[in-house]
Design a protein around this ligand. Structure first.
Ligand code: PEP
Length: 251
């Protein structure tokens, strides 16, 4: 697959001046791609300013979350129309930090995926097992349920990207080996294939969890790994750009 993606999840980081500097530096140091996509997911507060920097460029904008209603009395929430209005093409849904700290469930993830896709946003859906689940050997069971529930009622895979992010690898410096990641990516593709058939071969499945310029090469050498969702290493332009350079060299 040539259609890879590297997405930077800035989480709850960057003031506006920091966000502007980081986005400018990523934009200026990365090539316009004939294949592959670079995506930045800054916090809500700076989406508009980052959009001013990336619009018309080769970089796409993503939000880190969405709400599943169009408008109304939902204090603190952000609708799909609001995200599109500030230039978002993508939205990250079901990140493990949202599941852990904000009690998101497979059901709310599904509502968000339905609303996001129905509103014309492309969805990066995050799944992944905890350390305990891996130790018990139930990672396929857990991730299989997450995938099936997130995708329940979704007819087409066109605007869907999956991010496999083992919870034990996020922000820990302990990434999954390329073999462990490939095994799960292969599994996820098979699960999706049961419902969607061969079109599943076109779906991008990203790996996320302590990705760095040093380990991305081996990860994306695997057949079913189509890029990366990057947290910590996306906050420094040198490391994020380093990851993108490795992608462009390898593919
Ligand atoms: C993430 O938060 O999606 C992530 C993968 O973080 P990190 O790269 O810091 O592990």
């Amino acid at each position: 697959m040539t259609n890879w993606m590297v997405a930077g999840n800035w989480k709850m980081n960057t003031t506006s001046s920091e966000a502007i500097a980081l986005a400018q530096s990523v934009r200026d140091a990365t090539p316009r791609l004939s294949e592959g996509e670079i995506v930045l997911a800054p916090p809500f507060t700076v989406l508009s300013s980052v959009n001013e920097i990336v619009k018309g460029s080769h970089i796409k904008l993503a939000a880190q979350n969405i709400f599943y209603e169009d408008k109304g009395a939902y204090t603190g929430e952000i609708s799909p129309a609001m995200l599109k209005d500030v230039g978002c093409t993508y939205v990250i849904i079901g990140h493990s930090e949202r599941r852990k700290y904000f009690h998101e469930t497979d059901e709310t993830v599904n509502l968000k995926v339905k609303k996001g896709l129905g509103s014309g946003l492309k969805c990066i859906i995050c799944v992944g097992e905890t350390e305990e689940e891996r130790e018990k050997g139930v990672m396929e069971f857990v991730v299989g349920i997450q995938i099936k529930k997130a995708m329940s009622g979704i007819e087409a895979l066109d605007n869907v990207v999956i991010a496999y992010e083992p919870v034990w690898a996020i922000g820990t410096g302990k990434n999954a080996t390329s073999a462990e990641a490939e095994e799960m990516h292969h599994f996820i593709r098979n699960v999706l294939g049961e419902t969607y058939g061969d079109v599943v071969n076109k779906v991008r499945i990203l790996y996320g969890g302590s990705v760095t310029p040093e380990n991305i090469g081996e990860l994306i050498g695997m057949k079913n790994i189509n890029g990366a969702l990057v947290g910590g290493a996306s906050l420094k332009s040198e490391t994020f750009i380093g990851i993108i350079k490795r992608m462009t060299e390898k593919r």
